[in-house]
Design a binder for this molecule. Structure first.
Ligand SMILES: [Zn+2]
Ligand SMILES: [Zn+2]
Length: 244
């Protein structure tokens, strides 16, 4: 399994950046976890858009799905050009699809994410657990046929659920939206000291901090987390890739 951080900003992208989007590749299968603002432009540095097999949207905040409608248009045009022969499966954690302005039901097939149902895409199995956030939001676990595991927190406050869900992951991509001194200011997001607490419990092989704030120094995020844990921590960055 190959994991690439396509976009990693919270709220809105930095200049030439992108918000939440992670590309997971296994054999010839390509899936996206979230498709935030700026993600589509970045994604084309790694794959052709028509090579996508499925997209999973953790929740409907725009920093996690702003580019999904541009992706729908990309699929439409690539289909018209003959480069794409099948609809794209998009899974969204939102029951009321009427609020989602998808336009071309023959081009994208939109499905609900159900908490207790895992979804299989080729050799990858994706499962979910509910987070603590402003609106309904899921964390995701992707497992390949060899049992290698990626856990992506999406947006969440501190819960026992995310700690247990992330346990023994090979890669744990975890949101780190606030600095230590801001702990508790905003519900539904994690500060550095909380990330360290989670990582000390879950003990993933490697932790990737993401969903960065637009204030303070990103480097300070990792320094604060490392104050409280000796587990291996790194920062998401452009083209950051891990092979499992
Ligand atoms: Zn977010
Ligand atoms: Zn959110």
């Amino acid at each position: 399994m190959k994991v690439t951080t396509v976009g990693y900003w919270g709220a809105y992208p930095s200049p030439n950046g992108a918000t939440s989007c992670y590309l997971v590749q296994e054999k010839s299968i390509n899936i996206l976890l979230d498709c935030g603002s700026g993600a589509l432009a970045k994604l084309q540095n790694y794959i052709e858009l028509e090579e996508l097999d499925a997209v999973f949207i953790s929740h409907t905040h725009t920093d996690h799905m702003a580019d999904i409608y541009s992706l729908e248009y990309a699929m439409l045009i690539q289909t018209q050009l003959g480069n794409r022969k099948r609809p794209l499966d998009i899974y969204v954690y939102e029951d009321n699809f009427s609020v989602l302005p998808f336009e071309f039901p023959d081009i994208v097939h939109v499905h609900p994410i159900k908490l207790k149902e895992s979804i299989t895409v080729g050799p990858l199995k994706v499962s979910f657990t509910e987070n603590l956030h402003e609106i309904p939001c899921v964390a995701m676990k992707v497992v390949n046929t060899e049992g290698k595991t990626l856990v992506y927190s999406a947006d969440t406050g501190m819960t026992e659920t995310i700690k247990n869900f992330g346990k023994s992951a090979d890669i744990f991509i975890v949101e780190c939206s606030f600095f230590e001194k801001q702990k508790g200011f905003v519900k539904g997001h994690l500060s550095t000291i909380e990330v360290a607490e989670i990582v000390n419990f879950t003990k993933p092989k490697i932790t990737v901090l993401t969903h960065f704030p637009h204030f303070g120094e990103t480097q300070q995020l990792i320094e604060e987390v490392r104050k409280y844990t000796t587990e291996e921590i790194c920062l998401a960055s452009d083209g950051f890739t891990i092979n499992l």
